[in-house]
Design a protein around this ligand. Structure first.
Ligand code: FES
Ligand code: FE
Length: 388
């Protein structure tokens, strides 16, 4: 079985700032091999807390979304008591996919289109044709299989593990890398409104997208608009390279917009020292958050194949901004361009991952060497899931 190579925990750096030895990337097969992808689905996306849907997307009881988490389709909905519920999207009778739509609304129950077994919003089997003539089918036993849920930052996170790790693990991981979660929680993301959502279908492995997000070595080459707004990015240092570091807007820049023009109302809670700054945060395994004074860009990746990842990206603003119908397009356009530039770069790399020349991978230069820690994280998860 192919085995992604191990990475050192830390990269020793000399006093000149150069690593003692060059660190190589994961080998090409890590980005193309369906078996490695299946291991990642099982031991990362199905085992960890996975950010599934925005809570506000489930506006009323009966509104639902279906999302792919690892190898499974998961149905997320709101019950009549307003609680969020998640289930395997699999009918307990003969296994038909219960909901085929990505989003929708039912009145009070989900009915399987095959033989009409009907489940209420808590997953309980409440009706089935001729069930009275089949006394051995227990209604309670054959309810939908529930999945653990937790709401944080205005999103519903799900965990498919039989014994889900405490959600604290997610928060602790953010704290370990940022020092605390105050910097992200101050933005009150759960109280913001959706200004725009764009879904990108990226023909690239999810790890290429994470690696790209983690480094800014490419910023000067592919992000002309972003480096105009954040001049220090032209030097190629990633904002998250420093713990809690926020990149400062250029002195002429008025707001985080495609042309540096005035932004929108500042988010309450953003402090003076966070004003005119940009922060980028990764929440493992599949969320990226960008924070600027007047909006938050919240990305969720849904890896669907070794060479394909759906990225759903929300631009969130102060409620007043969205309610008043203010024009958010210049704000949205900046990061939409950045996303397209980034995903083009990832798609450019993906075909070359299969090249014989990349069989042993490439190298990480000093400003990218923190990516080695991400590779170590992936490797540890796969190692932990492997039978001993
Ligand atoms: Fe769903 Fe038969 S498979 S009711
Ligand atoms: Fe980028």
């Amino acid at each position: 079985m192919p085995d992604p190579r191990r990475f050192p925990e830390e990269c020793p750096v000399t006093s000149t700032g150069l690593p003692e030895s060059l660190i190589t990337t994961l080998p090409g097969s890590s980005y193309t091999d369906p078996e490695i992808f299946a291991q990642e689905q099982e031991h990362i996306f199905e085992a960890m807390w996975f950010c599934a849907v925005r809570s506000a997307d489930l506006a009323r009881s009966g509104v639902f979304r279906t999302v792919q988490v690892g190898r499974e389709s998961i149905l997320v909905t709101r019950a009549r008591d307003n609680s969020v519920r998640a289930f395997f999207n699999v009918c307990r009778h003969r296994g038909a996919k219960l909901c085929t739509a990505e989003a929708g609304e039912v009145k009070r129950a989900f009915q399987c289109p095959y033989h009409a077994w009907t489940y209420d919003l808590t997953g309980k089997l409440v009706a089935a044709p001729n069930l009275t003539k089949m006394p051995d089918v227990g209604r309670t036993e054959y309810g939908l299989a529930a999945v653990a849920t937790h709401e944080w930052l205005g999103y519903v996170w799900v965990c498919l593990a039989e014994n889900p790790p405490p959600f604290d693990e997610v928060v602790r991981d953010v704290v370990a890398r940022l020092g605390d979660t105050k910097s992200i929680e101050r933005y009150g993301i759960e109280d913001l409104d959706l200004g725009r959502r764009i879904v990108y279908d990226v023909k690239a492995n999810w790890k290429l997208i994470v690696e790209n997000f983690m480094e800014c070595y490419h910023c000067a080459t592919i992000h002309p608009e972003l480096t105009e707004v954040l001049p220090e990015f032209a030097d190629g240092y990633a904002a998250q390279y420093y713990v809690g570091h926020g990149a400062e807007f250029g002195s002429e820049v008025k707001g985080f917009t495609v042309d540096g023009s005035e932004g929108l109302d500042r988010i309450p809670g953003v402090t003076e020292d966070q004003d005119r700054r940009y922060y980028a945060i990764t929440v493992r395994p599949q969320v990226f958050v960008n924070l600027v004074p007047d909006h938050v860009v919240f990305h969720r990746m849904y890896p669907v194949a070794a060479d394909r990842t759906i990225v759903e990206c929300d631009w969130l603003f102060h409620k007043h901004v969205v309610e008043s119908g203010k024009d958010v397009s210049r704000s949205v356009e900046l990061f939409d361009r950045v996303n397209r530039q980034d995903f083009d770069a990832c798609e450019r790399c993906q075909p070359a991952m299969s090249s014989r020349l990349y069989a042993k991978g490439g190298v990480l230069v000093p400003s990218e060497h923190h990516i080695g820690a991400f590779h170590a994280f992936v490797q540890e998860r796969l190692d932990a899931g492997r039978p001993r």
